[in-house]
Design a binder for this molecule. Structure first.
Ligand code: FAD
Length: 431
């Protein structure tokens, strides 16, 4: 055996970066294996239109404890998008418009009804085992249907969630209830944490700051194809057929990529089933550069009823307007088809002229194979806690299997911190 690392961390997204940083800072020898030619995973600050944009995970919040701790530690601040008073919402076949207050007047009673039991179902949102697992069997669609809404009301409600939803049928309601419980039962609070505050300098800056404190050996462009635990140590085999040995492994990969990796011994059946059924979110984000100064607005359309389902003016750039768009179904529109993007935006604001677009297709990207994580019914309280337990010398981390904060950068970081702590304990015990 060439070298035996204390820990091999697989995947240099926010979960893997933090796990590798924490363990290497404790003096353990760590190798961080990453398939791409960059760190950050589903966070991706890149240059487009001559400026820096976030094509993946973006918004963070001071109520997200782990990320806020890291931002403070590295003296990085956050900033909001442009203030917008104008709202457009597609409901019952028509586009309606008004102030944001008008929109909230229509939405508030519906959303409050939808999440009325958030705190009682998740009294301790950080501890899902304290929650009834019945509610975890419900899909978003089951819950919406149970409210007996008119077509207009249902579209308002579905439109408000469209920035998080690919499929109301495949995504469970429990993750939404847990998130809302985490913001004291206030759904507006939850949506603010999910979709508002940008990191100064981008997620790239935060990832670089955390990496600068790490002494882990980073190996980019090193995709892993198998992980085998023989009880004494773990062998990680790369696609280039190189064997890397470590006492412990932290697998911090998107759940949709795990089917491509052979893991031995086999994982418990419910975990295999969760991996096999995949994270259902196949959504995308498109940044649009629109000609001239467009009045700031927010727009909402239910998933499946417009190729662009949530749009918001974020900022100005060289006399033009930058609009962030969420497409619930990435396959419903080609991001580089300016005509199609313009048509989808003109549904709300007829005078919009698209100058340029920027996007990343996370669904067809082999190293993500999907968007942000969202549990299918049953998995939040069922297979995910089981997957977070240690499996011999293999530990799992990543936002897709997080408890509180799943689907967010926060969830990724929490799982990274926890996996690092558990591995450090095992190493300290001489295992
Ligand atoms: C379009 C979009 C918008 C989002 N918006 C937000 C938001 O505003 N706020 C928010 O908090 N969250 C948002 N998210 C979610 C957030 O980005 C993710 O939850 C989080 O970044 C996931 O981190 P992770 O470390 O768990 O996984 P990842 O970031 O996916 O990291 C996993 C790493 O593993 C690597 N990898 C994959 N396969 C292999 C392999 N075989 N071998 C080696 N390496 C491999 C990948 O390249 C990647 O670097 C968004 C996500 C998307 C896609």
């Amino acid at each position: 055996m060439k070298e035996l690392f204390d820990v091999a961390v697989i995947g240099a997204g926010m979960a893997g970066i933090l796990a590798a940083r924490d363990l290497s800072q404790k003096g353990h020898s760590v190798v961080l294996l990453e398939g791409r030619d960059r760190v950050g995973g589903r966070t991706f600050t890149t240059e487009a239109f001559g400026t820096e944009l976030e094509l993946g995970g973006t918004y963070v919040h001071w109520t997200h404890p782990t990320i806020w701790h890291e931002l403070q530690r590295h003296d990085i601040s956050v900033f909001p998008p442009l203030d917008s008073e104008k709202a457009y919402w597609l409901a019952d076949g028509d586009v309606h418009s008004g102030t944001m207050n008008d929109y909230y007047e229509a939405l508030n009673p519906l959303m409050s009804h939808l999440v009325h039991d958030a705190r009682s179902q998740f009294p301790m949102p950080f501890n899902v085992s304290a929650s009834a697992n019945d509610v975890d069997q419900e899909s978003l669609e089951d819950r919406i249907v149970s409210l007996g809404l008119s077509a207009y009301e249902r579209d308002i409600l579905e439109g408000a969630m469209s920035g998080l939803v690919h499929s109301y049928r495949e995504q469970g309601v429990a993750q939404l209830l847990q998130g809302v419980s985490g913001t004291f039962g206030d759904y507006n609070g939850f949506f603010e944490t999910a979709s508002f505050w940008h990191i100064e300098g981008g997620t790239k800056r935060l990832a670089a700051a955390m990496m600068s404190e790490s002494t882990a050996t980073l190996r980019l462009q090193t995709p892993v194809q198998s992980i085998s635990d023989n009880g004494s140590f773990v062998t990680v085999t790369t696609r280039a057929d190189e064997d890397i040995h470590a006492r412990f492994v932290i697998t911090a990969l998107p759940i949709n990529t795990l089917d491509d990796i052979t893991i031995k011994p086999e994982l418990p059946a419910p975990v295999q089933s969760m991996i096999g059924s995949k994270n259902p979110v196949m959504a995308s984000k498109i940044y649009v550069r629109a000609k001239g100064t467009i009045e700031p607005f927010n727009a909402f359309a239910p998933a499946g009823k417009n190729p662009i389902n949530a749009a918001r003016v974020e900022s100005r750039y060289e006399g033009d307007t930058l609009i962030m768009c969420i497409c619930s179904d990435a396959a419903a529109i080609q991001a580089n088809d300016h005509e199609a993007v313009q048509e989808a935006l003109r549904k709300f604001v007829p005078e919009i002229e698209v100058v340029d677009t920027a996007s990343h297709d996370w669904g067809t990207d082999e190293f993500s194979q999907g968007g942000w994580g969202w549990y299918r019914p049953g998995n939040l309280t069922g297979a995910a806690p089981l997957m977070r337990q240690r499996h011999g010398r293999i530990f799992f981390a990543g936002s897709d299997i997080a408890s509180l904060g799943a689907g967010f950068i926060e969830g990724a970081m929490q799982t990274g911190v926890i996996a690092a702590r558990e591995v450090a304990t095992a190493l300290a015990n001489g295992e």
